[in-house]
Ligand binder design. Structure first.
Ligand SMILES: [Zn+2]
Length: 270
């Protein structure tokens, strides 16, 4: 297997992975979606809420605010030695929200949540929670915990995680008269006319829509679009809960642990 990082920012990563298959790619994808833990608000104690949102809706909205996650310092509640339903300092983080004395109108944002641990805070301060008008108040304490996407989507550390086969485009020069019909229909500008010839650029952006194949007036089409079944373009976007490379590393290590456990059980079964 050969892995190449072609693009990386704090929250996104694009990999090209060669000499592998779809089942392995999909295993990683499903683990990123469902088994890599992230922090999210799970319990909310509402002291006062005179906003137009019902308590339940307010709590639900708070749950979906992505929180920065520290996997090294916190335990999953089910694995924490405290075994307490209420949690302890190793498995729970409290965040307070207190907005009152509203003049005219005010939007309550995620940035108004004050965390007891500055490392666990909303990924963005500009996520609207609700609007208050004068006289309305919100006072609550929220408790965040680690969890997994398999229990609830709010614990997914990725907002996008997808792969596609690596495209292959072949232009038959004998049948192509460079009429440029294929160039006109390609929304990704992958085909370019150069010196009465059609050239392929930025193949990685091809969505395999095959519009170019249909647009070609030659019969049969001078363009052939196929894909390499052992090479993948893998795009991952973090919600901001974890650095994107940590999500990839965690998912690989979870998959490795599963394979190790299977091997151990298999040896015992003999
Ligand atoms: Zn605990």
């Amino acid at each position: 297997m050969n892995v190449e990082i072609v693009d990386k920012t704090d929250t996104t990563m694009r990999l090209i992975i060669r000499d592998t298959d779809a089942s392995f790619m999909n295993s990683l994808r499903r683990i990123m979606l469902t088994e890599v833990p992230a922090m999210a608000i799970e319990d909310v104690v509402i002291v006062e809420n005179s906003s137009v949102l019902h308590d339940e809706i307010l709590a639900h909205r708070l749950g979906f605010i992505p929180l920065t996650t520290d996997l090294n310092s916190y335990n999953l509640p089910e694995e924490c030695p405290c075994k307490s339903e209420f949690g302890c300092n190793l498995c729970r983080v409290a965040l307070a929200l207190k907005v009152e004395d509203v003049k005219d109108m005010k939007t309550v944002y995620s940035g108004d949540l004050i965390s007891e641990n500055p490392d666990i805070r909303p990924v963005s301060d500009r996520i609207p929670i609700t609007k208050l008008v004068s006289g309305q108040k919100i006072k609550l304490e929220a408790y965040a915990r680690l969890g997994k996407g398999e229990a609830h989507a709010k614990w997914q550390p990725v907002s996008m995680c997808a792969y596609k086969f690596f495209p292959q485009i072949r232009v038959d020069e004998k049948r192509c008269d460079a009429c440029k019909e294929c160039v006109k229909v390609c929304s990704k500008q992958i085909l370019v006319a150069v010196d009465k010839k059609i050239e392929v650029r930025n193949l990685i952006d091809c969505t395999l829509c095959e519009e170019c194949v249909d647009a070609c007036p030659a019969d049969p089409s001078a363009i052939e679009v196929t894909w390499d079944k052992s090479t993948f373009i893998y795009d991952i976007e973090s919600t901001g809960a974890l650095p994107v490379e940590r999500i990839v590393l965690e998912s690989s290590s979870i998959l490795g642990k599963k394979a190790g456990e299977f091997l151990k059980k298999l040896k015992k079964a003999k």
